[in-house]
Design a binder for this molecule. Sequence first.
Ligand code: UT7
Length: 325
Amino acid sequence: MDTIRSVVTGTGHYLPENIVPNSYFEEYIDTSDEWITARTGIKRRHYAPTEETTSTMGIKAARKALKNSGCKPEDIDLIILATSTSDHTFPSTATQIQNGLGITRGYAFDLQAVCAGFVFALANANALIKSGEATKALVIGSETFSRILDKNDRTTCILFGDGAGAVVLEGAKTTNGGSDRGILATDLHSDGSFKDILYVDGGVSTTKTSGHLRMKGKEVFRHAVSKLVNSTERVMEKANVTSAEVDWAVPHQANVRIIQSTTQKLKIPIEKVVVTLQNHGNTSAASIPISLSVANEEGKFKKGDLILSHAIGGGLCWGSFLLRW
Ligand code: UT7
């Protein structure tokens, strides 16, 4: 029997030119490169200049993903942009990316699940492709978190950076016994009772401002490890695979200690884990597609590799996916 699988056929990412090393913060707040490196693994992040926005970075990442996949912009009939830092309150930033790519057919929309945004976007694109509502999708994560940081809050300002990543997802028929490529399973969760441990203290409907990011880091850390492990166990159960079969883990890039702790509990050796956060910090919804693109550029993935990914962020929202490369 034919079934439709959503296959990743291209990846791309973009990081703004302006690199901000840990030493930048040493100059004006009570912190050190040593503390940031030891507690987070981050060495540098990129900040977008004023003229660069979530949509302009998303367009650059999407163009690279299209080129890498061999698809033309006009082939795309779905764009989902995961972001919490949209260009405007409306229209959606996804439609501005659609326009920037010269696409006038299909549909585009934003999706907001903060740092878990890309996992939610990929799961939704997969469902739309499998149901026949789309055939070729661009799934993008793009963020300008530097715009919502309180630059004087040392507990958060050192963690986040700007950037964008994108994948092309194409529906492909799979026959029994044939190719097993594509998304095998997804697993999504949210629990709004955790709002106060990670949120932005502004918004259109409340303060009419964009506000600043606030986080109780230690509590988020604790939830991150247990919730990511649980979700990953569920997604592996859904796909009927074990962690021993995972070729590459591409986790959300927030803190290397969360990554180490989570993958250790899942019995995935660190050599199989893609870690890129040292070069860009936490780019929220852009982090997983940036890591996928960097690892793909480095030639890490072989056809047929089993790739695991998971993320958690504000909401709390968290989830995971498994795909066959
Ligand atoms: O993408 C999802 C969202 N976010 C996350 O996943 C982040 C999750 N949380 C984390 O990554 C970690 O909790 C942090 C990196 C934010 C903090 O690391 P921690 O090991 O949990 O440190 P802590 O919050 O327990 O703070 C330890 C100490 C504190 O001082 P006292 O109270 O022990 O005197 C902090 O005030 O470190 C202090 N501290 C700093 N010191 C130097 C906090 N931030 C800094 C800093 N530089 N930037």
